[in-house]
Design a protein around this ligand. Structure first.
Ligand SMILES: CCCCCCCCCCCCC/C=C/[C@@H](O)[C@H](COP(=O)(O)O)NC(C)=O
Ligand SMILES: Nc1ncnc2c1ncn2[C@@H]1O[C@H](COP(=O)(O)OP(=O)(O)O)[C@@H](O)[C@H]1O
Ligand SMILES: [Ca+2]
Length: 515
């Protein structure tokens, strides 16, 4: 072999192959003498980090004296890779051809499939024909033992379909009843990969640090694994949906409701509906009850970001956030003497809100690079509950704009934020008796609220935006299920000076990180 040195970690190699003739002359053009001295060559593809959390697949060509040596190198490298059991070998791929700018199929075929084939991954590809095609296929038809993971090509809605399919299938295979709000759910065995091709791509961005299809494909190939929390949403004792990113009532619910009628506009429908909803300036009255998270999981303003190998998420998993163990929890009215920082005390807040948002992860996306709750964690078993009370248009605008820059959107008198394990909401004008009782085992009614019957149930209510789907009920109960699913991702890697600083504060030592 030629003495041109390259160090490659096996764990960062995508695959090896004998170099095609055109590659030898094109890519290795500057080294024509190599071809004469060493006529045989093989190419090793590997991942390289570039800017802004993006990864690229690079090639190195190695030259050999004889063909047998060349083949042996290729075989040895690929054998080593096949021993890495964390890497997927068979994937089930769902493509939503209508996501975002309708480029999902092109993105997959042109940018992702060639990488999978380099990594010797075999795929079953399904282009969906209607909404819920992927969900129902996973729920009933697929033999899950026949693949090592599921990949969705699309936006947050498509990811949500795959989560619903996999989580529901796992529960029904284990005979677990999803309708019980207190039920501990069985974690899904298969990992999920997201190839971003949607309108918001918040889940991909929050778990990889970017919305780049090639980066996501490389995380899948490397067999990365990132556990993630899932919220279950119930109305009384009926299961409604799961949520992994944003549950938003008021502003984000209204933006979504309006934007659904404008799907033809593509991703810019959210800007249009966002402006319209902002100008409408509607507020909603209701009662929020929540169970705060344990103190060791930090708080939404502690400036500790969730990063690869996050210690807060590790604590969350160790806390044993089993929902069925909640019987010791009791109830405290707001402003009561009850110790509210300790675990186990429900709090109740009544008011008029412009928005009620629960962010189970940062919800960072290209529109808001720090996200709705910049210090929320992917896998700690909690969600950050953000209450935006009635305020002037100008103040609300200042709050919204802060999502797009570096200023603290929570540092405003009408905004409060709590890290919670469970919460519930009851709108004021409801024609049902809203019974917010999440703790069946306690035998105590946590919050009983008899609301005034309203003649027209359509007025005075917003809708919940549940990861981009509109929920049919305003009064809901939400529980966070710690680390219920896993993604082919590793969380956002450290890299900036600020992150390194935060890290050293947590660890009490000066650890640095090379990106
Ligand atoms: C005046 C300036 C206002 C700017 C405010 C910017 C805040 C943006 C925060 C966005 C948080 C998005 C959370 C993710 C939601 C997705 O699940 C959902 C569905 O995304 P999808 O259509 O499936 O890609 N998208 C929306 C916008 O509701
Ligand atoms: N073939 C299809 N035809 C119509 N709708 C589909 C199809 N496949 C998936 N969907 C639905 O399209 C919606 C939006 O998908 P998503 O991938 O999130 O795109 P976007 O980010 O643009 O909203 C989801 O609710 C999903 O269930
Ligand atoms: Ca979380």
């Amino acid at each position: 072999m030629l003495a041109d040195h390259h160090f490659l970690l096996v764990s960062e190699i995508v695959g090896a192959r004998e170099t095609e003739e055109e590659d030898q002359t094109n890519k290795d053009g500057g080294r024509k003498h190599n071809v004469l001295l060493y006529p045989y060559a093989f190419t090793v593809s590997y991942t390289e980090r570039t800017k802004h959390h993006c990864w690229r697949c690079k090639d190195i060509i190695f030259h050999c004296l004889d063909e047998a040596q060349c083949q042996q190198w290729v075989q040895t490298i690929n054998n080593q890779l096949s021993l890495l059991s964390i890497r997927p070998k068979r994937l089930l791929v769902y493509i939503n051809p209508y996501s975002g700018k309708q480029r999902g199929k092109w993105i997959y075929e042109q940018r992702v499939a060639p990488l999978f084939s380099r990594a010797s991954i075999s795929t079953d590809v399904i282009v969906t024909e209607s909404a819920n095609h992927a969900r129902d296929h996973l729920k009933t038809e697929v033999d899950l033992k026949q693949c090592d993971g599921v990949v969705c090509v699309g936006g947050d809605g498509m990811f949500s379909e795959v989560v619903h399919g996999l989580v529901s299938r796992t529960q029904s295979d284990s005979r677990v009843d999803q309708n019980q709000p207190n039920q501990d759910l069985v974690p899904c065995a298969l990992r999920i990969g997201i190839i971003p091709a949607g309108s918001t791509d918040c889940i991909c961005y929050s778990t990889t640090g970017t919305n780049d299809p090639v980066t996501s494909a490389l995380h899948i190939i490397m067999g990365d694994s990132q556990p993630m929390d899932v919220c279950s949403v119930h109305h009384n004792n009926t299961f409604l949906r799961y949520s992994v990113s944003l549950l938003g009532y008021g502003f984000y619910g209204d933006v979504l409701t309006d934007s659904e009628r404008k799907r033809w506009m593509g991703p810019s429908r959210y800007d249009f509906s966002g402006l319209k909803t902002f100008l409408t300036h509607q507020y909603y009255e209701g009662t929020v009850a929540f169970l705060p998270a344990k103190d060791n999981l930090g708080n939404p303003r502690d400036k500790i970001k969730c990063r690869t190998g996050c210690h807060i998420c590790e604590q969350g998993a160790n806390n044993g956030q089993l929902l069925s163990g909640d019987h010791v929890y009791k109830m405290a009215e707001e402003n009561s003497d009850e110790e509210t920082s300790g675990d186990g005390v429900w709090r109740v807040i009544r008011g008029k809100f412009l928005a009620i948002n629960a962010a189970c992860m940062s919800c960072a996306c290209p529109r808001s690079p720090r996200g709705l709750s910049p210090y929320a964690h992917l896998a700690d078993g909690t969600t950050d509950l953000i209450l935006v009370r009635k305020a002037s248009r100008l103040d609300f605008l200042r709050h919204l704009i802060r999502h797009t820059n570096k200023d603290d959107q929570f540092d405003m008198s009408f905004v409060e934020v709590h890290r919670v394990r469970r919460f519930s909401f009851a709108p004021k004008h409801s024609n049902v008796i809203s019974e917010v009782d999440l703790s069946e085992t306690s035998g105590k009614k946590i919050c009983n609220q008899v609301c005034t019957a309203h003649p027209n149930n359509d007025t005075g209510h917003s809708n919940w935006n549940c990861d981009g789907e509109i929920l049919p009920h305003a009064d809901i109960q939400v529980s966070v299920h710690c680390q219920l699913i896993r993604l082919f991702a590793r969380g956002v890697e450290r890299g900036t000076t600020f992150d390194t600083y935060t890290w050293s504060v947590i660890e009490g030592s000066n650890l640095s990180w090379q990106a």
